[in-house]
Design a protein around this ligand. Structure first.
Ligand code: EPZ
Length: 422
């Protein structure tokens, strides 16, 4: 099992190229199931989750050709015959459940393992399944599998989500593309990754309107064609590196991204003492004040503050002047990074869904453990400013969502080293 050693104290100066968004790429790959023609994705990040989903799609009979050096993936589902996605693959990457709707819409049946929960919560899929039932699917749960049938195809419906769900919105938007008639998704999620997926589906011949709003309308089609699509920049990677520069000091230009993607982060960073200036497809981040100031954060569905940046902003608050309160409203167990940060000398007290972070003058390097994807990168950020060396284990969590993070940070003056523990 590899580990990462982070020796703190260096400023970050230079340029970082932002990769394609994990949380867009995965859904775009699933969209290939809706057509018999080639779907070509460029700017695809070479992430562990991408490889896991490739395994699921290849298991279904999708022809996948990943030209990693060109970040280009060509998918063709024209010869898909097997519509069963097994537990041993789905459990590795929860978003695999999204193959259910497209398989059902195109082939009339599908058996997909229920995904497990994960460190940050139980992650139910009731909104996905109830929505598919409203589109006419017959669904039974048997031996941990969702067994779904739609012998006469799916029929458009008006679906009101009782709570905002990114995955359920994407799942039903894809399934509705091949349903007969019109589907309206109300109280839909508005994330940029959903807009990116919807734009790709429209290029494939779908007729989707309302993307980015809380009401998305899909006019079903008999079939979809192929497309070439450039994956949207990763806003969570963008925000992670912006926070890193705020913590270490220095000046970094983030490339191939857009400040619009991190609007909800710009204002709290400015209040904390970090300048974030956007210009075209670059963002320049500079630490403006000697000390950072504590800010209060509440995570919300887009366009609110993203839950996927909660652990990272908490790492920043640990070294701010004063205190900051973080309230996590999306997931029920997303403070797993708190005890690990406290091992480094942070002063954090958790009360239910809120964490009060009192700034301390300095963190100290320690042996820490990654517990989930975003918590793992929060420990990297803490290590960048800690006195001495931090050793982080279980870094497979990190590899799921950050493309080349050691090289990207070291190119800007950080001191990270990946070591094999075997
Ligand atoms: C997506 O997860 C992202 N993952 C998450 O990123 C992100 O944190 C989340 O959206 C929220 O923005 C991918 O895109 C692969 P939800 P998703 O459905 O779709 C509850 C990362 O670090 N819910 O918007 O699973 C759910 O438990 C990951 O990259 C139901 O109750 O999130 C949660 O409390 C972590 N029933 C809330 O809704 C359902 O059927 C929002 O979840 C579905 C969700």
């Amino acid at each position: 099992m590899d580990k990462i050693l982070i020796t703190g104290g260096n400023q970050l100066n230079g340029r970082i190229k932002i990769s394609g968004a994990k949380n867009s790429a995965l859904k775009l790959m699933v969209a290939s199931l809706l057509t018999d023609e080639d779907l070509v994705l460029t700017n695809l990040p070479a992430l562990h989750d991408v490889y896991t989903l490739l395994g699921v799609l290849e298991g279904l009979g999708v022809d996948c050709n990943f030209e990693k050096d060109q970040q280009k993936l060509t998918l063709n589902a024209g010869s898909v015959t097997d519509t069963k996605a097994p537990y041993d693959l789905v459990r590795k990457m929860r978003a695999s459940i999204l193959v259910l709707g497209p398989l059902l819409a195109k082939h009339g049946h599908a058996d997909v393992s229920l995904p497990g929960g994960c460190a940050i919560g139980t992650r139910p899929v009731d909104l996905h399944l109830n929505g598919l039932k409203q589109l006419g699917a017959e669904i039974v749960l048997e031996e941990g599998y969702v067994k779904a049938k739609a012998p006469n195809g799916l029929k458009g419906a008006n679906i009101l989500f009782p709570k905002v769900s990114v995955g359920a919105t994407e799942h039903l938007m894809m399934a509705a593309c091949l349903a007969e008639g019109v589907t309206v998704l109300s109280n839909a999620a508005r994330e940029p990754e959903i807009v990116d997926l919807g734009n790709c589906l429209n290029t494939m011949g779908a007729e989707i309107s309302g993307l980015g709003t809380n009401t998305i309308t899909i006019k079903g089609k008999k079939k979809l064609g192929g497309a070439n699509h450039h994956v949207l920049a990763d806003r969570i990677e963008t925000g992670t590196y912006a926070i890193a520069v705020g913590m270490t000091g220095g000046k970094v230009v983030l490339e191939d991204t857009n400040i619009e993607l991190i609007n909800s982060l710009v204002e709290p960073l400015a209040r904390a003492g970090v300048d974030v200036i956007g210009e075209g497809n670059t963002i320049t981040v500079t630490r403006t004040s000697e000390k950072l100031h504590g800010v209060d954060i509440m995570t919300e569905p887009y366009p609110g503050f993203p839950t996927d940046l909660q652990a990272q902003i908490m790492a920043m608050l640990t070294i701010c002047d004063g205190a900051g309160m973080i309230t996590e409203t999306i997931f029920e167990n997303r403070f797993m990074h708190v005890p690990e940060l406290c091992r480094m000398g942070a002063n954090i007290s958790v009360h239910g869904s809120s964490a009060l972070v009192r700034g301390v003058p300095e963190l100290k390097g320690a042996e820490v453990m990654a517990t989930d994807l975003r918590a793992s990168v929060a420990m990297i950020l803490a290590g960048l400013v800690a006195k001495g060396t931090t050793t982080m284990s279980r870094i497979y969590h990190l590899d799921r969502g950050y493309d080349n993070i050691v090289d990207k940070l070291n190119a800007c003056g950080a001191d990270l080293e990946r070591v094999s523990d075997s």
